[in-house]
Design a protein around this ligand. Structure first.
Ligand code: SF4
Length: 455
């Protein structure tokens, strides 16, 4: 059987692309291998956002080679784009496919299998790992076209992501992403609308709009447009029940977008806004185009328009030159603003970025301790966010899988609370109004249906 496995590292966009790869493979006659079985094709979709992510990507490739003897091993993703030479030295890798060629993974695999005489259905390569891998990689900095991996939008999960934008023009000094994915490119508006409609017609009730730099959406299109205009059109015309925005940069979260989400019944009142640092000096050295005051103004504007909105933030800890006082500025900002949860990342230098050569590195043990303090503040914030929902009714989209520990139905509310509830399978993939009765460990709510007629 032509069976495949995909191992994914990194961000939501990578996850989204892996799902699209799986759709393309299934359409091409390949079948997902059961969890514990070796596959005949193994794709590793790598990440290289930090030195650690690169190391984990190499480990994942070696592990895949070991666990799938005789398989065709394909490495793609950001690390494949930036460091193909390093990956080419790993025994057992057959193909290395950069971002510019990711949409052609299936034909490249088929051509490779035909070339080595393994396209007869058994697929296992006669001599796995023989010879150096073939590298398919172009200069992604010149890519100007938004490319889709599969024509049909992907969606294994109840709330699929739709990648509507790729690449980034910002060049923050710690980030390799613009070199790995190239300049900002957007999916044309009509294609976005058609993809959302396709997801709706396939039975999906929510879509998460994703991108590497979502706020740049539309600037490259002809004629140019912007994210607010796209969201307005989705609000006016789409039939899907719920739309969520993934991470969006603070300056691109305009008043127009905030007002639109506040007035819409379709967009989730949930914003994930990267802060990275609460210190103006550090922000300037990171080449982030806003100040702590500007970030605070955006968050307060959201809270003013939508007092129950959920606001999450990313913070990067231990950027070179981050003094104790600068870190305290981040801590104070997070504590004082209505931020509901945090993603905390320790800085680790990424070769090829300006910040990798910056003086004044923060010692690793200091970074660890700062991360611990910030994460503990994040935990307290998340607890307060969950406790704040007690006694309230929230609208939950019930997922297709029950909670593995309790056997209860599980879903996500429009505010991004994970909610467990009792009920039959008929409620799966449906919106249910739930009265929140209990909160467990600040990251799980339990409630009862508030829209069911009494028995
Ligand atoms: S905005 Fe900055 S951090 Fe985000 S992908 Fe672009 S360069 Fe990287």
């Amino acid at each position: 059987m032509k069976s495949f496995k995909i191992v994914t590292l990194g961000c939501r966009v990578n996850q989204c692309e892996s799902e699209s790869l799986a759709v393309a493979l299934r359409e091409g006659g390949w079948w997902p291998a059961p969890e514990t079985w070796p596959a005949s094709l193994c794709i590793i979709n790598t990440c290289t956002v930090t030195g650690k992510a690169s190391m984990q990507s190499r480990q994942a490739v070696r592990q895949a080679v070991r666990a799938n003897p005789g398989a065709c091993v394909v490495v793609t993703g950001c690390y494949a784009q930036t460091e193909a030479e390093v990956l080419a030295r790993i025994d057992g890798v057959d193909l290395i496919v950069g971002h510019g060629e990711k949409h052609r993974v299936l034909p490249l695999v088929e051509a490779h299998l035909a070339a080595v005489g393994a396209d007869d259905g058994s697929v296992l390569l006669p001599e796995a790992g023989s010879g150096p891998p073939k590298v398919h990689r172009s200069d992604v900095m010149h890519a100007r076209e938004f490319r889709r991996i599969s024509a049909a939008p992907s969606g294994r999960r109840a709330r699929p992501s739709l990648k509507i934008q790729d690449g980034c023009d910002a060049f923050c000094t710690y980030c390799i992403v613009p070199y790995a994915r190239g300049r900002s490119r957007s999916m044309p508006v009509d294609e976005v609308m058609a993809s959302i409609q396709q997801l709706h017609d396939s039975g999906f009730r929510e879509v998460v709009l994703s991108g590497i730099h979502l706020g740049c959406y539309g600037r490259d299109l002809s004629p140019p447009t912007d994210l607010a205009s796209l969201l307005r059109r989705i609000d006016d015309e789409a039939r899907i029940g719920r739309v969520r925005l993934s991470s969006i940069e603070p300056l691109e979260l305009t008043e127009e977008i905030i007002e639109l989400v506040a007035a819409s019944g379709r967009f989730c009142p949930h914003f994930h806004v990267p802060l990275q640092s609460g210190d103006n000096g550090v922000l300037a050295r990171m080449h982030r185009p806003y100040t702590r005051e500007g970030f605070a103004a955006v968050v307060l504007k959201i809270a003013d328009q939508m007092p129950r909105a959920t606001i999450g933030a990313d913070v990067l800890v231990g950027f070179p030159g981050e003094s104790g006082a600068a870190f305290q500025n981040s801590l104070d900002m997070v504590r004082d603003l209505p931020i509901c949860y945090l993603h905390v990342f320790p800085f680790s230098p990424r070769t090829g970025t300006p910040a990798a050569g910056y003086p004044d590195p923060v010692p690793v043990d200091v970074i660890k301790e700062r991360c611990r303090r910030l994460r503990s503040l994040g935990t307290a914030k998340r607890k307060a966010f969950y406790n704040g929902a007690l006694g309230r009714c929230v609208e939950v989209l019930v997922e297709n899988e029950r909670d593995s520990e309790t056997g209860l139905l599980k879903g996500v509310s429009s505010e991004y609370l994970t909610v467990l509830l009792e009920g039959g399978d008929a409620l799966k993939n449906d919106f249910v109004t739930v009265a929140v009765e209990r909160v467990w460990s600040g990251r799980l709510a339990f409630g009862r249906r508030a829209d069911a007629s009494p028995a």
